[in-house]
Design a protein. Structure first.
Length: 172
C-alpha cells in the first residue's frame, strides 16, 4: 500500500471487504456523470450483492481504489483481455475521483498504481475511451503517454443526446 503526498491518500486493489465502498462509488459516478459512462445508474442500482461481488472476484479485472482515511474517493478498473492472442492488452474503465478531491493529483497517482500492476502482468497496451468533451481527462491521459487512436461517433446516447468517445492507447 502506497501513501500519497496529499491528505495521506491510500491506493490499493479492492477486495470483497471493500464491496460497499466499491458499490457506493460506482453508483455515485454513474449518477453524477451519466453521459461519461456506458453503464447507467438505473441499471446498476438494481444489481444484487452477488453481482457486485462477482465484479470484484473477476479474474480478468482489478478495481483500484483511492482512500482518504476510511472514505473511498477514487476508482479505476483495469480489465485484462483473456484471449490467448490478446493477453498483451487491457482496458481502463470507470476512472473517477470524487469532485471534492479533484485537482490534487489523485487520478495521476491512482493510474500509476494501475501502471505498476500492468507492468507486473506483462501487459503491453492499455486502451481507454473518454467522452470527447471531457477535456480534463483527455489532458491527464495525454500527459501520461496515451495517444488518440480514433473516435467512436455517437457511442453514448443519454437524454436524447449523443456523445462521441475518443479512443486512446498507451504502449508500455
Amino acid at each position: 500500500m502506497l501513501r500519497g503526498d496529499y491528505m495521506n491518500i491510500e491506493y490499493r486493489v479492492l477486495t470483497l471487504e471493500d464491496i460497499n465502498d466499491y458499490k457506493s462509488i460506482r453508483l455515485e459516478l454513474l449518477k453524477h456523470n451519466p453521459k461519461s459512462f456506458g453503464s447507467s445508474f438505473e441499471e446498476e442500482s438494481m444489481f444484487t450483492i452477488e453481482r457486485w461481488e462477482s465484479r470484484l472476484q473477476n479474474q480478468n479485472a482489478r478495481s483500484f481504489g483511492a482512500y482518504d482515511g476510511k472514505e473511498i474517493v477514487g476508482l479505476c478498473v483495469l480489465v485484462k483481455n483473456p484471449r490467448m492472442k490478446m493477453k498483451h492488452k487491457a482496458t481502463l474503465n470507470s476512472m473517477y475521483v470524487k469532485p471534492t478531491h479533484r485537482g490534487k493529483g489523485i487520478s495521476k497517482r491512482l493510474l500509476s498504481e494501475v501502471f505498476q500492476h500492468v507492468q507486473e502482468n506483462k501487459i503491453e497496451i492499455l486502451t481507454l475511451s473518454v467522452v470527447s468533451d471531457n477535456v480534463g481527462a483527455m489532458k491527464l491521459y495525454k500527459n501520461l503517454g496515451f495517444v488518440e487512436e480514433g473516435m467512436e461517433k455517437k457511442a453514448i446516447k443519454y437524454d436524447n443526446e449523443y456523445f462521441d468517445l475518443i479512443l486512446m492507447q498507451k504502449y508500455l
